[in-house]
Design a protein around this ligand. Structure first.
Ligand code: HMG
Length: 436
């Protein structure tokens, strides 16, 4: 078979989330804001809050650990590890090197981070897929991880759009989860100052309303490129996944694409179309918040884990936007055994395990997170069952191997995915549910 004819994409996928969350109603009341603004104005319900020992390295390692150990993937079968992130912990040393060591990957394995705001995860996936396609890896697979902690200042407009997650993906030529369809690229780059985080800050800054305009401009440009290169319309897709800094943004994005379509391609009206083709991809984002580079892949995991949707064989349109900016529209197809991924990505289990924080505990958690990253503190002992990220000493971050080990569980086979134990109610964002 010609190399170009190979089917390439995601073979397996695992999600890791922080163990705590904050309800947006609690945040709204503490900020003196109407909760309806966060629940319905932005479409958010809860956001993941990382504890002091859950930085982007630990989230990445745990997602990768669940993926590799959970599915019995041999370390020697991995020839590349790429991490898409914009919340890296070091300006020089990549997260990929920590993951490489903890996973026991071979030394003839390329490892690097890919940074372009929220586009980093898609950029890493595309780079890995091209590498597999090229044949240079001699049949080996790539480990791609999108990991991020989204943080804004307390009291800033961005505060209700925080969150965190990591999604680890095995990329190869047996794309059981998602095949990337070989259409011409549809990308858009423009230097804009819509969202940024200078290296001396741990929280991001945004020109919020301008960033939404930049996002929509990039979407329009990518869509025009995709549609003119392929002759496909919006109706070619069963589901549309938009980068979701907050779910209302995905709503605005879908409305924009429907407006652009000649004669309108919304199936049964724009609102109904949104409920059918976009909302099923967003229920987990509503719970997690913005996870920057990982957000789009949280949507993908959410679709696979949706209790009432069997996405097997579905055609997906994925829109990735990274501030700064670079964006891409990608067409893909879900593998034939999608239903078998229910309860298997780790997403639903992680959501069910989470604990709610009070507003005071959220503020304490933020302070502890900052404190532990400060050099010279070395907050936690290395022995026993201590935290995964122990602190910093001599300008070096110290991780216990438990950052990896805690993620490993009973091995599952990739060839025969277990059947779902049964549907679990999907928390679709109905007004009545979010209001309580
Ligand atoms: P804001 O300015 O405080 O909010 O912050 P607003 O006044 O625009 O209100 C938001 C919505 O709530 C509006 O809905 C209001 O009408 C509604 P819309 O008109 O847009 O449909 N509203 C209410 N609804 C019900 N009851 C009420 C009520 N009050 C108001 N009582 C903003 C919003 C997004 C600007 C802010 O959260 C922010 O700065 N976020 C960070 C930047 C961001 O997320 N940008 C998104 C596009 S850029 C992107 O996606 C990239 C990114 O992920 C980073 C990366 O690439 O790495 C951010």
């Amino acid at each position: 078979m010609d190399l170009q004819d190979r089917r390439i994409g995601i073979e397996a996928l695992a999600v890791h989330l922080p163990r705590n969350y904050l309800d947006l109603g609690v945040l709204a009341r503490a900020n003196g804001t109407d909760p309806e603004k966060y629940y319905f104005g932005l479409g958010c319900r809860r956001m993941a809050i990382p504890s002091a020992d859950e930085d982007s390295v630990v989230l990445a390692a745990r997602a990768a650990g669940t993926l590799l150990a959970g599915y019995g993937i041999e370390a020697s079968s991995i020839g590349m590890v790429l991490v898409g992130t914009e919340s890296g912990v070091d300006a020089a040393k990549p997260i990929a090197t920590y993951v490489h060591r903890m996973a026991g990957l071979p030394s003839d394995c390329r490892a690097f981070d890919v940074q372009h705001a929220c586009y980093g995860g898609m950029a890493a996936l595309r780079t890995a897929a091209n590498w597999v396609q090229s044949g240079l890896g001699r049949g080996r697979k790539a480990l791609v991880i999108a990991t991020d902690v989204a943080r804004y200042d307390v009291g800033s407009p961005g505060e209700p759009t925080q969150g965190a997650a990591a999604v680890a993906m095995l990329v190869g030529d047996e794309p059981r989860v998602l095949e990337l369809l070989p259409y011409p690229e549809a990308v858009h780059t423009a230097e804009v100052m819509d969202f940024w985080r200078p290296t001396y800050r741990s929280t991001a800054l945004a020109d919020g309303h301008y960033s939404m305009q930049c996002y929509l401009d990039a979407l329009e440009s990518c869509w025009h490129r995709f549609a003119s290169a392929t002759d496909l319309g919006l109706e070619a897709f069963d589901f549309l996944l938009y980068h979701s800094p907050f779910p209302k943004m995905a709503f605005k994005a879908h409305r924009r694409l429907c407006e652009l379509a000649p004669g309108g391609t919304a199936r049964g009206g724009a609102d109904l179309d949104w409920e059918r083709r976009v909302l099923p991809t967003l229920w987990a984002n509503i719970e997690v918040g913005n996870a920057y580079s990982a957000s789009l892949f949280v949507s993908l995991a959410g679709l696979l884990e949706h209790a009432e949707v069997d996405a097997a064989g579905a055609r997906l349109g994925l829109f990735s936007y990274g501030s700064g900016s670079c964006a891409e529209f990608v067409a893909a197809r879900v593998g034939p055994d999608a239903a078998a991924w229910r309860d298997r990505t780790g997403l639903r289990a992680a959501l069910e395990r989470r604990r709610e924080l009070t507003h005071e505990a959220y503020l304490r958690s933020r302070r502890a997170y900052e404190e532990r990253a400060r050099d010279g503190s070395f907050r936690a002992a290395l022995g026993g069952d201590g935290p995964a990220f122990c602190g910093t000493w001599n300008h070096q971050r110290v991780y216990r191997d438990s950052a990896w080990r805690a993620a490993t569980g009973p091995s599952r086979s990739l060839d025969r995915p277990p059947r779902s134990a049964g549907p679990v109610a999907a928390p679709l964002p109905h007004r009545a549910q979010a209001a309580d």
